[in-house]
Design a protein around this ligand. Structure first.
Ligand code: SAM
Length: 450
């Protein structure tokens, strides 16, 4: 149970924060095509972004689980940063914060991300390319693909025949070989990312969740996808998105650095050098929340032939649960202590899973604190999830843990998740058949380094 005073403590309104911040940052005048005139009326209180298209610019190139709504990232970046800001996203995923910094022409943005496929995606999505060049290359790929005598390497990796039909493997292999002939690295990567989206469409997988599983309905003779046709659709959509993106960022001077690394470990970022951090850590460990590794596995095997992606989910936050209950962070957060006790009475192993996640998260908070300049803000978008029927207050746990590091929680806002891609149901007890709604609200936590 959470005491009433704790609940009251977080009962702010969004208007209050933005009144305070707006008095310091007086630049709410540009809305571009993110905000129509109608929208601006609600700008101060709008956090759900129900009627907004998240797939604008390069944001729409490829799916990724639990992506930021670009409009949400943009709104926060507008408030807390300016053209001279150095921004960090220490769980940068598919690169939403990076793209938004580029669109806003911020001085520098750094992303830290452990998933190599997500880093690849972020790189492609932040590399503007002249769209007409892409159109020419697309025609060349399609022309070469039609050649009956083309020489190509048939793709092989463990269990490939389980996930793809034989004919699909042949078509994908041909297409990949044609893309690999492109010498320009950026153009090649652009089409490899389009190929990845095609791989998802033509595989035998079921896309209702983020765990890899086969779709029974596709293992029939009727499922015979046309790879080139799918590639045409995805490439044409992505080239149009690139066209909008290219126009906006061709003069942008933003320096972008993507570190493929672990946020728990200190990276090559100087202490006290960052003006603002915006991030969205995982909501829990990959086993029981979003399996980023499983989501990325087939794409990365096709693009990179790298089997290391198999163990990725264990490497992510909370992936290893060999922890003991004497860990110091339990004393830093009374809510965590109380909630862990409750879960422990039901299942010690699950309590360890939960503790392991928060121990890892604490390490990342500590590093973020070191990187950030004093008096600057750190904004986290997270979700409270249910484990063994205990509704874990990640919002308050973060607030309590970060206080011990020298952060002050200025505010916590709550938003409804309308269009984030998440499975609609999960299993809070891990019992077969017992499902409940997954996280339907997100917390936006505003911390300030004292
Ligand atoms: C909620 S997603 C971030 C999505 C991102 N905001 C976007 O718009 O695409 C969380 C990300 O954290 C990454 N991650 C998990 N553990 C990590 C760690 N220890 N170090 C760096 N990244 C990690 C996951 O791979 C995942 O991409």
């Amino acid at each position: 149970m959470i005491s009433e005073s704790k609940q009251l403590k977080i009962n702010f309104t969004s208007e209050n924060l933005f009144r305070i911040v707006a008095s310091n940052y007086n630049r709410f005048t540009e809305y571009e095509n993110y905000y129509s005139t109608e929208d601006t009326k609600n700008w101060y209180s709008e956090w759900d972004f129900k009627n907004y298209n998240p797939n604008i610019y390069s944001h729409g190139f490829h799916q990724y689980p639990a992506k930021f709504i670009p409009q949400l990232a943009r709104k926060i970046l507008r408030v807390f940063t300016d053209e001279n800001s150095v921004v960090l996203d220490n769980f940068s995923g598919s690169g939403t914060t990076l793209i938004e910094c580029l669109l806003l022409n911020r001085k520098k943005v750094i992303g830290i991300e452990l998933n190599p496929f997500a880093c690849f995606m972020a790189k492609v999505k932040t590399t503007p390319i002249e769209p007409n060049k892409l159109r020419e290359y697309f025609l060349e790929i399609a022309y070469n693909y039609a050649d009956k005598n083309i020489v190509y390497d048939e793709q092989v990796f463990y269990n490939i025949n389980f996930w793809f039909k034989k004919e699909t493997i042949t078509q994908l292999s041909k297409l990949k070989s044609m893309i690999l002939k492109i010498e320009d690295e950026n153009i090649k990567n652009f089409f490899l990312l389009s190929l990845s989206e095609v791989i998802r469409r033509v595989s035998l997988t079921n896309h209702s969740g983020f765990k890899l599983c086969r779709d029974k309905n596709k293992i029939t003779e009727d499922f015979n996808p046309n790879v080139l046709e799918e590639f045409r659709k995805v490439s044409s959509r992505n080239i149009n998105l690139m066209s909008q993106f290219f126009d906006k960022v061709k003069n942008s001077k933003t320096e972008i650095k993507i570190i493929e690394g672990d946020s728990r470990i200190k990276q090559e970022i100087e202490d006290n050098s960052i003006d603002f951090i915006l991030t969205s850590p995982p909501y829990g460990d990959s086993r029981t929340t979003v399996a980023y590794g499983q989501f990325s596995r087939l794409s990365w095997q096709w693009i990179n032939n790298n089997n290391k992606i198999y163990s990725l989910d264990e490497e992510l936050l909370g992936g290893k649960n060999n922890v003991d209950f004497n860990n110091e962070i339990i004393e830093y957060s009374p809510i965590l202590k109380e909630q862990l006790e409750e879960i422990k009475t039901k299942c010690t192993k699950r309590a360890k899973d939960v503790l392991s996640f928060y121990i890892d998260l604490y390490k990342t908070l500590k590093n973020a604190h070191d990187y950030l300049k004093s008096d600057k803000y750190f904004v986290l978008v997270t979700g409270n999830r249910t484990v063994k029927n205990v509704f874990l207050r990640t919002d308050i746990i973060i607030s309590e843990l970060s206080a011990t590091l020298g952060f002050k929680t200025e505010k916590i806002l709550y938003r409804n998740i309308i269009n984030k891609r998440m499975p609609a149901k999960n299993s809070p007890t891990n019992e077969k058949g017992v499902l409940c709604d997954t996280i339907l609200k997100e917390n936006i936590i505003f911390l300030r380094k004292l």
